[in-house]
Ligand binder design. Structure first.
Ligand SMILES: [Zn+2]
Length: 490
């Protein structure tokens, strides 16, 4: 078995991950419009802007699509340009100065009493997957605009102690060019110039798409997009959870501790192709059966890592916490020649492996590789495992996370009828999905808030967030700004 890994380690293990998966029987999101579970009687929750207008805008953006009857907006597509223009108008409505940068990111900024202060950036992405849900990315942009609009309406926009800038990133999902974070990576200064030469499935390059839309698309213009780290204080992002934990816990909001690192592998198993009716079972070198055993091995490894790895820290093992949240997936499998009466000659499958702790992820990879080799030898098949993608885990800033947690608690405390239910600590969880925050962590400290969604469903038209939870998210952001960015705390 040949194994080729572009090895690299990065950040130190995040040993502190601790989401309480208590599975408290909590609120299960219904199918209604989502109003009515929370008392919005108080003026302090600004329901007209933070909930009603924000929800209306989410619905408006969901109708801007390149697809007929489904939501699709990819990097600089016609629908993306229309969406960007609408977002620009909403930013202006919130009193922000607006522009579009040479990578198609949409910016809205308000200066402060101290214009030279480092800026707070708040963002998410305006692109979508194909047949997307309406909240992924959109919710984070709209809540940020809404929170600033409340400051404008209450005459507080001029009292910010540092500039605050909302950014709608042009590409996070990477659907068109199979590369994620074109927008945020450019701002963070980690997008290589070679990215301009990447082609979509029609052979059109990033450079050509930019030029079609009147952007310069040169190395210099790419440099202009990059922010100076000295000009930035921090980055925060609101995003739907895309998982089921907050719903299980009965909480509308949660604070993100970190974003899991990710490895993608391609496994190729080669055996001996033959006739399904004539080759005796004991003579077969069947790559399909071998693949099945490898996949079950992977599942066991990720379900019960304690049965495979040493946890003794003193002897170089891992504390159990470092493997909490470990997930492994085989999402794609193919066989050749793929006929019902033929023992396959070859089977290919993918592995997606994620964990909050990079070293633990590497340990799982190694354990899988070693045990896979034994299985392949025993079955007399040839196995190769290639690493196709590697992204290190990202840790959210502890202080920023505390500030967001406090803001979330303040926001939920304002919702009188349910306030009693939210007396406990705001849940802290990890993100198994990648976000623009990952790219932005190369520029500045990051913090994230998650908003619960029904059934944990995302990347689907069934994606659903209660209207009240949209309002709660906007209010939490407003509280964050009031608590940390204002001359006088209100
Ligand atoms: Zn997203």
């Amino acid at each position: 078995m040949a194994i080729s890994f572009p090895w690299f380690y990065g950040s130190k293990p995040l040993l502190l991950f601790h989401v309480s998966i208590l599975l408290i029987s909590g609120l299960s999101l219904g199918t209604g419009t989502g109003t009515g579970t929370v008392d919005y009687g108080s003026d302090e929750v600004f329901a007209d802007v933070l909930r009603d207008e924000a929800v209306d805008r989410i619905h408006q953006l969901s109708k801007i699509s390149d697809g007929d009857g489904y939501l699709e907006r990819t990097f600089l597509s016609p629908a993306s340009i229309r969406a960007a223009n609408l977002i620009l108008s909403w930013m202006q409505d919130a009193g922000l100065r607006t522009w579009v940068d040479p990578m198609g990111n949409v910016h809205g900024r308000t200066e402060s009493v101290n214009p030279t202060a480092e800026a707070l950036l708040i963002g998410s992405h305006l692109d979508t997957v194909i047949d997307a849900g309406m909240y992924d990315g959109t919710l984070g942009i709209i809540c940020a605009i809404s929170a600033l609009k409340v400051l404008k309406n209450t005459g507080k926009l001029d009292e910010l102690v540092r500039p605050v800038e909302v950014i709608a990133f042009s590409d996070e999902e990477g659907v068109r060019f199979q590369t994620t974070f074109l927008g945020s990576a450019a701002i963070a200064g980690i997008l290589p110039e070679s990215a301009l030469k990447i082609s979509d499935k029609n052979g059109v390059t990033v450079e050509e798409v930019l030029k079609e839309n009147s952007f310069e698309a040169t190395e210099e213009s790419l440099t202009q997009v990059k922010y100076d780290p000295k000009s930035v204080w921090g980055y925060i992002e609101l995003h739907i959870e895309q998982g089921p934990l907050l719903e299980s816990l009965g909480y509308p909001l949660g604070v993100v501790k970190g974003i899991a690192g990710q490895t993608r592998l391609k496994v190729i198993v080669r055996g001996s192709q033959g006739h399904a009716g004539t080759v005796p079972m004991f003579m077969r070198q069947d790559p399909m059966a071998a693949s099945a055993e490898l996949i079950i091995l992977l599942e066991s490894l990720c379900k019960h890592p304690e049965n495979f790895l040493t946890y003794d820290e003193k002897c170089g093992g891992f504390p159990k916490e470092s493997l909490t949240g470990l997930v492994c997936t085989v999402g794609e499998i193919s066989s050749w020649p793929s006929a019902s009466n033929v023992i396959p000659g070859q089977v290919n499958f993918t592995i997606d492996l994620r964990a909050i702790d990079d070293m633990a992820r590497e340990a799982i990879m190694l354990e899988f590789s070693n045990r896979a080799q034994q299985i392949c030898n025993k079955r007399m098949v040839n196995c190769t495992i290639d690493r196709k993608h590697n992204a290190e885990a990202v840790k959210c800033d502890p202080l920023l996370s505390e500030q967001l947690k406090y803001a979330a608690r303040s926001a939920l405390g304002k919702m009188s009828t349910e306030a009693a239910n939210y007396q406990h600590e705001i849940p802290v969880l990890m993100s198994g999905a990648g976000h623009d925050s990952m790219a932005m962590s190369h520029l500045t400290k990051i913090g994230m808030l998650f908003i619960r969604c029904r059934g944990g469903v995302s990347h689907s038209p069934d994606e659903f967030v209660l209207d009240d939870d949209v309002g709660a998210a906007g209010l939490a952001l407003l509280k964050f700004l009031q608590n940390n960015m204002m001359i006088s705390v209100t």
